[in-house]
Design a protein around this ligand. Structure first.
Ligand SMILES: *Cc1c(COP(=O)(O)O)cnc(C)c1O
Length: 376
């Protein structure tokens, strides 16, 4: 059996080596390292793939979130609602911009932000909701957009984990994750569903004026060379990373399909074991692109299971071990533990299994057998 990895970037690279190498070689030959033609073509290719008017490439997914919030002109003290159960980048940029993060609980089945919890958290100072499409599953965007319209709020989708996922509205319309809110951010960190070979990110929007604002902000606040109209940042996707992304984007749907197939095999193997709760897919099958495959372990020792798997050479991880409202940097007397029953429970139960595009049946069987041996 091939050695099991949490993410198999080498196996994936080997299959597309020639295209990736020649795409990178093109950058080396032209020496257009910054804002070269590869960046422009990637921007176009991604706009087409997502069916969105504007993609603004930038240096990473955290910058993308920050720049999106800068572009919307939020002021210190404005409240931004986001999920308690996610990676810290989301709340970090809210705090960095001196906005007030308002962390709320998530749904136990999808791990995504709870609509009821958002409703309870809205105040006259609320400016935006940031749903995170966690582990690859699109949040309940229909309900979120309706709430936002009712209260005149912006919606910023953190789409770092769900690129390529689809969301189906009640009337049957399908949209890609990241094009439903007013603006969205994504990350091309190597292990993400569309990963480059370093850092990268992008912002998406259908709003022409906002897109214009954002293009200046990523480039030192310049709309005309050496005229700095607003305070900006330096956040660029470099041409080498764009070259890698151009080679990989045509495979994204196939990659997401491979993840869904591996997830289906995991879920099938765990059927009938009451102390393992497998991930729930709320919408159509394509609404989840399984950035992570995350189990909830009940009435069994999750940490001992983790050690058992590591001892057998099976990598696994706890995403995420500490609720954001309990993190030193984001703790705040405003928060009441009673408002986070789900997150407080999830951090004790979750375990994420190896998930990538190269998992084979033998590996999946070894992983599932090892878990079942432990819990049965
Ligand atoms: C990865 C990730 C980010 C940050 O992306 P970087 O490119 O690493 O800065 C933000 N939000 C979520 C939910 C992520 O998973």
């Amino acid at each position: 059996m091939k050695k099991i990895q949490m993410v198999d970037l080498k196996g994936q690279y080997d299959k597309i080596k020639d295209t990736v190498n020649s795409s990178i070689q093109e950058v080396l030959d032209t020496t257009a390292y910054i804002n070269g033609p590869q960046v422009q073509s990637f921007q176009k290719n991604l706009e087409e793939y997502l069916d969105v008017k504007h993609v603004i490439p930038c240096a990473n997914g955290t910058d993308a979130l920050q720049i999106a919030m800068m572009g919307l002109g939020f002021q210190p003290g404005d409240e931004v609602i986001t999920a308690d159960f996610t990676f810290a980048a989301t709340v970090e940029v809210i705090a960095l911009l001196q906005l007030t993060p308002v962390l709320v609980d998530v749904e136990p089945d999808t791990f995504n932000i709870s609509i009821d919890a958002i409703k309870k958290a809205i105040t006259p100072r609320t400016k935006a909701i940031v749903p995170v499409h966690l582990f690859g599953q699109v949040a309940d965007m229909e309900a979120i957009m309706a709430l936002a319209a009712e209260h005149n709020l912006y919606v910023i989708e953190d789409n770092a984990q769900a690129i390529g996922a689809n969301y189906t509205f009640a009337d049957g319309t399908k949209k890609k994750a990241g094009v439903m809110g007013h603006v969205a951010s994504t990350s091309f960190f190597p292990s993400k569903n569309l990963g480059c070979y370093g850092d990268g990110g992008a912002i998406f929007t259908n709003d022409d004026q906002l897109a214009h604002n954002l293009r200046g902000i990523v480039n030192h606040g310049m709309y005309v060379r050496y005229h700095h109209d607003v305070v900006g940042v330096n956040s660029r996707l470099d041409s080498l990373q764009a070259a890698v992304l151009n080679a990989k984007l045509p495979h994204l749907d196939m990659y997401n399909k491979a993840r869904r197939e591996a997830a289906a095999k995991y879920t099938k193997a765990f059927a009938g074991y009451d102390n393992i709760i497998t991930p729930v897919v709320r919408g159509d099958a394509d609404s989840h692109v399984f950035h992570q495959y995350t189990l909830r372990v009940r009435n069994a020792d999750r940490n001992a299971l983790m050690q058992h798997l590591l001892d057998k050479g099976i990598p696994c991880a706890i995403y995420y071990p500490i609720p954001l409202h309990s993190q030193k940097a984001y703790a705040d007397a405003r928060y009441d533990e009673a408002d986070f029953p789900v997150t407080n429970q999830l951090v004790k139960e979750v375990i994420s299994l190896p998930m990538h595009t190269e998992l084979d049946d033998e590996q999946v069987r070894f992983i599932t057998d090892s878990i079942i041996d432990f819990i049965k």
